[in-house]
Design a protein around this ligand. Structure first.
Ligand code: GLA
Length: 383
């Protein structure tokens, strides 16, 4: 990967890149749609990553190349702004723009991007590019920004240049991941701890529906607003409740349920999911994998029926594996409306599972089924 990228960079810009950064995609074991409600999440960085080769320029020109798409884009530091379509340059430009917002002088730069994080698969391909960009520029500009503030910069890039009001989970996982560990992240305080994730004989299998989710397609932002609405309804009586993290089921029953069914349904999922995450972490620590798996199935049901961010293809895959002994747990993952399911599966049964689920899915849904066995790897790093 490194040699090919450096070579391509040389062909494009006639000099070697100064730095090459790898920044991974992520999985999330449990704790979905919890980050922007200030709850806990349990993500990990994976072995699929974005790679960005960069060098600074003497002028203000920015030249970007996407190796995989064979596309180019140029602009200047003075003209940094989101480009019309939500597409790959925005993730790099939005991340570069954060340095200016921090009053850091930014020269022009040349960059080549390549990535093997499948796009639109719910594995945070955009967060990977944002983190790679912030990390590379921080290194080249010698700005010495710590990792956690860099995570916030990468998240802002998504808000401001891609228009998705995402929480902090994806960028945090990409930047902060550690091999063989999941991150238990408190999205309110940003305190975190690494929890070993070594399940004997069990692997993380990702099944890609090949339904491209489009998070920006208002639904994600709508869910966020619905959660805020629940908080506002509770706040009339409990001003101390600042997010659903502070809410109890009793509060939802009393102040939301009588007035707005839909908002109740959404906020109830989030509060239940926060409780489920606590249980799941305990099960993980106790090595009670089947109980952890059950939590994942319950999360899927909540995301599908209460939060309504699933789709028929995701439901099909989860329902298919639900009663199979080799599958310990499964659920849709990420923002929703497509992308992957995450499955904990007995390693020696993965092949036989694929041999039945792939043709069944393709026949029933009329779409190809892709699959990846994900391993948990380090977060953003220079290679
Ligand atoms: C997307 C967002 C994250 C998070 C998940 C849902 O991946 O980018 O911030 O909200 O959806 O858990």
């Amino acid at each position: 990967m490194k040699t090919q990228l450096a070579q391509y960079f040389f062909e494009q810009y006639h000099h070697q890149p100064t730095v090459i950064v790898r920044s991974p995609g992520r999985v999330n074991i449990i704790g979905e749609h919890a980050d922007y409600n200030n709850g806990f999440v349990l993500p990990a960085a994976i072995d699929k990553a974005a790679y960005l080769a960069v060098s600074l320029r003497d002028d203000l020109e920015i030249h970007l190349t996407a190796l995989d798409l064979n596309e180019q884009f140029s602009t200047t530091v003075d003209e940094l702004k989101p480009i019309g379509d939500v597409s790959w340059p925005n993730y790099i430009l939005g991340s570069a723009a954060q340095f200016l917002k921090h009053d850091i002088q930014l020269p022009g730069f040349n960059a080549v991007l390549t990535s093997n994080v499948p796009i639109g698969a719910g594995l945070s391909s955009s967060a990977a590019v944002e983190c790679a960009t912030v990390f590379a520029l921080n290194h080249l500009l010698k700005t010495n920004i710590e990792r956690v503030p860099m995570v916030a910069m990468a998240q802002k890039a998504e808000h401001e240049y891609a228009g998705v009001m995402c929480g902090i989970m994806d960028q945090f996982a990409s930047m902060m991941g550690k091999a063989n560990q999941v991150i238990k992240l408190d999205c309110r305080s940003l305190e975190y701890e690494y929890v070993p994730f070594k399940l004997d004989g069990i692997k993380i299998l990702l099944l890609n529906t090949n339904v491209k989710h489009s998070l920006a397609s208002s639904e994600y932002n709508t869910r966020r607003l619905e959660c805020m609405q629940a908080v506002e309804m509770i706040q009339t009586n409990h001003p101390e409740v600042l997010s659903l993290r502070d809410a109890t089921i009793e509060m939802l029953d009393q102040y939301v349920l009588p007035f707005n069914d839909l908002v109740y349904q959404r906020s109830r999922f989030v509060v239940d999911e926060m409780e489920r995450l606590n249980q799941a972490c305990q099960f993980l620590q106790d090595d009670n994998i089947s109980a952890l798996g059950n939590c994942m199935f319950k999360t899927h049901d909540g995301l599908s029926r209460q939060y309504e961010v699933s789709c028929k293809e995701l439901d099909y895959l989860v329902n298919f594996v639900r009663s199979r002994n080799e599958v310990i747990g499964a659920r849709m993952m990420g923002g929703g409306f497509g992308g992957c399911t995450i499955n904990l599966v007995q390693e020696d049964k993965i092949e036989s599972l694929i041999s039945v689920i792939k043709p069944a899915y393709e026949e029933a849904m009329g779409l190809p089924l892709d699959y990846y066995i994900a391993t948990i790897q380090n977060g953003t790093e220079i290679i």
